[in-house]
Design a protein around this ligand. Structure first.
Ligand SMILES: CC(C)(COP(=O)(O)OP(=O)(O)OC[C@H]1O[C@@H](n2cnc3c(N)ncnc32)[C@H](O)[C@@H]1OP(=O)(O)O)[C@@H](O)C(=O)NCCC(=O)NCCS
Length: 222
């Protein structure tokens, strides 16, 4: 397990200071063991029993293991999000979390191999020309925009019925380290929510992290 903690903390601190947070990554999935089994709920074990594909089973086990480790670090009431990526070298899992605070509505994460191609038709659906222009200026590729939008989608609790293209890039700033951060306007009932994100490269992956603030500033009538 690797811990990518400092980057996430700097993002969280920009929104709400002093919130314990962690980002845990693993690309070495291990089988189920008694220690992990003892930490899982009855519902989780029932869900696990339904999984048929061995690859999905390995991903699921490692995600639950990282969630348990996350809870040990920042508490069981934490906000959290999970992303899986499959590569020729096997599955990789990323779990992010932040301790509960009334300032946060949710956190989101996405993880994709940075060289994964987005077909032109999917790219055209994913973002409009203004967003692609901003992404190009910040040095971001199509997969970067994908992980940003997916992370922001996952961070918004009321995301059912919405789709990633409706999450609009509003602000984008390049970082000296090569990543970028910014804001996405997310559709929520009765208005919109400004979701903060950070994107960076982690080994062979593009990683998007997002935090949705609880204070919903309605901008539907602006
Ligand atoms: C549900 C969705 C977020 C999952 O993404 P994915 O790439 O299939 O899988 P990932 O590995 O990134 O994420 C899986 C995790 O997302 C979480 N998840 C599932 N549905 C979720 C939701 N609605 N919101 C937040 N998180 C969700 C789960 O924790 C899951 O992991 P787990 O089963 O181990 O707990 C995604 O498929 C989706 O629905 N996206 C929006 C659809 C869309 O806009 N499509 C148009 C594209 S142009």
């Amino acid at each position: 397990m690797d811990i990518i903690q400092t980057r996430w903390e700097s993002l969280v601190k920009g929104l709400v200071p002093n919130v314990p947070a962690a980002v845990l990554f693993s690309d070495r999935p291990r089988p189920m063991d008694e220690e992990l089994r003892a930490r899982l709920s009855r519902e989780q074990l029932a869900g696990f029993a339904q999984i048929r594909a061995p690859e999905r089973e390995r991903e699921w086990i490692e995600a639950r293991r990282l969630e348990v480790q996350l809870a040990d670090r920042i508490g069981t009431g934490a906000f959290r999000s999970v992303a899986h990526a499959r590569t020729t070298e096997g599955p990789a899992v990323l779990v992010v979390g932040a301790s509960w605070t009334p300032a946060i509505a949710g956190v989101g994460v996405d993880l994709e191999p940075w060289d994964r191609e987005i077909p032109p038709r999917a790219a055209a659906r994913l973002a409009d020309s203004r967003e692609w222009e901003a992404a190009r200026e910040a040095g971001l590729s199509a997969i970067d925009v994908w992980v940003v939008k997916e992370a922001c989608f996952k961070a918004v609790p009321g995301n059912r019925g919405t789709v990633m293209p409706a999450y609009r890039l509003q602000a984008l700033e390049r970082e000296a380290s090569g990543g970028a951060f910014g804001e996405v306007q997310a559709p929520v009932a009765g208005g919109a929510l400004r979701v903060r994100f950070k994107i960076f490269r982690w080994g062979r992956f593009a990683v998007g992290l997002a935090i949705a603030p609880a204070a919903q500033r309605s901008i539907s009538d602006q």
